[in-house]
Design a protein around this ligand. Structure first.
Ligand code: ADP
Length: 416
């Protein structure tokens, strides 16, 4: 194993693994810290659920993941967080980064959430989502991690004891050597973590090259894009042109959606508008104890072509349901229902399953007893097909805001 990655949530883990595979690294994602040995791959990504838990738990889980990856031979470690720098007031990006630095006995790292292909760029330390500052974007209303400050050095400094610095775009644009020089200067000034500007894939490649010798990187998935080339140039990796090949699985396809984000709403509408079979799950029916999952499964299996079963709703509908049932209960009921349907579908020869929603994906993966995923080709930036290790089952796990409007059909067509 060349690279060990610790990801703070599930679909984020798949996202970063997808970046590595795209550039020829064979990547496997594990869910939580396994008991057994590390799988055979160039990069192993541990998917944690540490983004919004108390900081002390995030630190504990991240250190456990680090110990497992190092025992498995990881030569560089990568702490992966969201490209919108999702964090709570207590962290968890800063505390986890500091704990990992200490465990790795290193006194310098970077922080770079940029993912230009998905509209996340960092300029003069400020994070943009498309044309808006992070704090003007929808992220300011996020229920768990509202982001109201776009100034990343500020945000990170409130989470870290050690000094945070900035590497501005003018340095990044001058490339690897200038970056290394600036890192050295900042380190000499006592800075322990530097936010690095990046607005293009070219910048990410330069940053990856300049960080190749750091024991720890902290970043969104973007910086990972540049790492395989750097490793290959140094003779640490032979890129595998078939890294993304997951083989054929046959069987049928289906889509389950529990995400209510803007992008997913548009994707569900597109599926319905193009005349494909779709069935809506109403959380109120679930609360009333109706046999919704069983009925939906029966309907799905009776259709000759791939179906969509969705709870996806507009923000107003979601608010109304949440007011009636409670936020947690509504979420749990829907997740449970979709997970039950997934289990039923897989038992009946569905082998290509698209799941929309981060929490929803977590619930489905748990219900299917999946512990390890090999990562394949990207469908859209950040969302690859994956194959459950040892089983003829492909999963595409899409976090809410990812994917083009025709994501569902494109995903299924890609593995027909
Ligand atoms: P995303 O990646 O878009 O954030 P998630 O799956 O992580 O999607 O989160 C969506 C949450 O909303 C889940 O807990 C899901 O069960 C819940 N949910 C889905 N549909 C509805 C609905 N119609 N009303 C209320 N909650 C819903």
């Amino acid at each position: 194993m060349r690279l060990g990655v610790i990801a703070d949530d599930f679909t984020g883990a798949t996202d970063v693994a997808s970046m590595l595979v795209r550039a020829g690294m064979r990547a496997v994602q594990v869910i939580g810290v396994p008991d057994g040995p590390v799988p055979d791959a160039d990069a192993v990504v541990v998917a944690l659920k540490s983004r919004t838990v108390p900081a002390s738990e995030a630190v504990r889980d991240s250190l456990a993941a680090l110990a497992w990856l190092r025992a498995g031979g990881a030569r560089q470690c990568y702490f992966k967080y969201c490209s919108t720098f999702d964090s709570t007031a207590a962290g968890n990006i800063g505390p986890v980064a500091e704990a990992l630095m200490q465990a790795l006995d290193t006194d310098f790292t970077i922080a770079c959430p940029a993912f230009p292909e998905n509209g996340r760029t960092v300029f003069r330390g400020h994070l943009f989502v498309g044309d808006q500052l992070l704090s003007d974007s929808g992220m300011r209303h996020h229920p768990l991690t509202p982001m109201t400050d776009s100034n990343l050095p500020n945000v990170l400094q409130t989470q870290m004891q050690s000094r945070v610095g900035l590497v501005r775009y003018d340095t990044v644009a001058r490339g690897e050597a200038a970056l290394r020089q600036r890192f050295d200067a900042l380190r000499a000034e006592g800075v322990r973590c530097a936010v690095v500007d990046a607005i293009s894939n070219e910048d990410l490649h330069a940053i990856a090259a300049a960080c190749a010798d750091m024991p720890l990187l902290t970043a969104g998935s973007g910086v990972a894009l540049g790492l395989p080339d750097v490793y290959a140039a140094r003779g640490w990796l032979s890129p595998d042109a078939r890294a993304a090949d997951l083989g054929r699985v046959g069987g049928r396809g289906a889509v389950l959606s529990g995400s209510c984000s803007q992008a997913t709403n548009a994707q569900v509408r597109h599926w319905i508008d193009t005349g494909r079979p779709a069935l809506r799950i109403d959380p109120r029916d679930l609360a009333a104890g109706r046999a919704t999952a069983r009925q939906a499964l029966g309907w799905a299996l009776a259709q000759p072509e791939p179906v969509l079963v969705y709870a996806t709703s507009s923000p107003d509908d979601v608010r109304a349901v949440q007011a009636e049932l409670g936020v947690e209960r509504a979420g749990h009921l829907v997740e449970q229902c979709l997970a039950d349907i997934a289990r039923g579908l897989v038992a009946e020869d569905v082998r290509r399953l698209v799941i929309a929603g981060g929490e929803t994906s977590g619930a489905v993966v748990r219900a299917l007893g999946v512990t390890q995923l090999r990562i394949g080709a990207a469908i859209d930036p950040g969302v690859p097909w994956t194959r459950v290790e040892g089983r003829p089952l492909l999963l595409a796990l899409k976090s809410g805001n990812f994917g083009a409007v025709d994501f569902f059909t494109k995903a299924l067509q890609q593995v027909e």
